[in-house]
Design a binder for this molecule. Structure first.
Ligand code: OAD
Length: 238
């Protein structure tokens, strides 16, 4: 039997849109309501921490709302992980936990996680599903040093070494529900191409980076992702 293909998946906000979470750059997206410079940079946190805490406390409250549940696209990727095991690597730019709740067990969160807080002094992270702010004491040093466990603009994304290794080994690269505006994630397709991977974009509409890809599939994630997963399973007899 042939070894299964090594599949590397990068997801973005579009995969969680049908679960009721806003994307960033679509009409009515988060970056229309707030400016990146006010809530998603280290400088913003230094200047106006209250606003930054409030922004992420709101996002966390939204994510823990009972109406927000994983959708068919998250579930299809969890199924693909069960089929492919270690041959699948799932990297997400999303800070929600919908992949995990759908059953994916090895999710790489390159932009951090909403349901986590981080000590600014020790860098230790703590599971957290409630609001916190500049008065909340950190469990490791008992001082008010907690910040959102989010990678802000100007900061280094998490797990880059592991990600670069996965890119160099990929046979198939899928970018799902991401506009390709934010680097380094937007450049993963080029690395995957260099490694000889077939690169496929699955998005509501073709993105500006579309021409980097060998194939582009347009439509809503809850339709095109389950269909594509079934196609892979059939094509490779998985
Ligand atoms: P964007 O908001 O930039 O892009 C979302 C993409 O999803 C767009 O290309 C939409 O066309 C597509 N989309 C919307 N609804 C969809 C649906 N139902 N099915 C399929 N696709 C759909 O979000 P990201 O690319 O994830 O970083 O943004 C990347 C990073 O920018 C985020 O992780 C965040 C943000 O600033 C930080 O905060 C550090």
């Amino acid at each position: 039997m042939n070894a299964p293909p090594r599949v590397l998946i990068l997801t973005g906000a579009g995969i969680s849109a049908e679960s009721g979470l806003k994307t960033f750059r679509d009409n009515n997206g988060l970056w229309e309501e707030y400016s990146v410079e006010d809530v998603a940079t280290p400088e913003a946190f230094a200047r106006n921490p209250e606003l930054v805490y409030r922004f992420y406390n709101e996002r966390r409250a939204q994510l823990t709302n009972v109406c927000v549940v994983p959708n068919a696209a998250h579930e299809a990727l969890a199924k693909l992980e069960r089929v492919l095991g270690d041959s699948l690597t799932l990297i997400t730019q999303n800070v929600d936990n919908l992949h995990e709740r759908a059953g994916s067990e090895r999710v790489i969160h390159m932009h951090g996680e909403l349901l986590s807080s981080r000590c600014a002094t020790t860098n230790k992270t703590f599971k957290c599903d409630t609001p916190f702010d500049g008065q909340t004491l950190c469990a490791c040093c008992n001082t008010p040093t907690l910040r959102p466990d989010i990678v802000w603009f100007g900061e280094m994304p998490q797990h880059m070494e592991l990600i670069m290794e996965s890119i160099s080994q990929a046979d198939i690269f899928l970018a799902i529900g991401t506009s390709g505006n934010v680097y380094p994630a937007a450049g993963f397709v080029l690395g995957a191409k260099d490694s000889g991977a077939k690169c496929i974009e699955l998005n509501l509409e073709p993105t500006a980076n579309n021409w980097f890809f060998d194939e582009s599939i347009s439509g809503i994630a809850t339709k095109i992702v389950p269909e594509f997963v079934e196609r892979l399973i059939k094509e490779f007899n998985l």
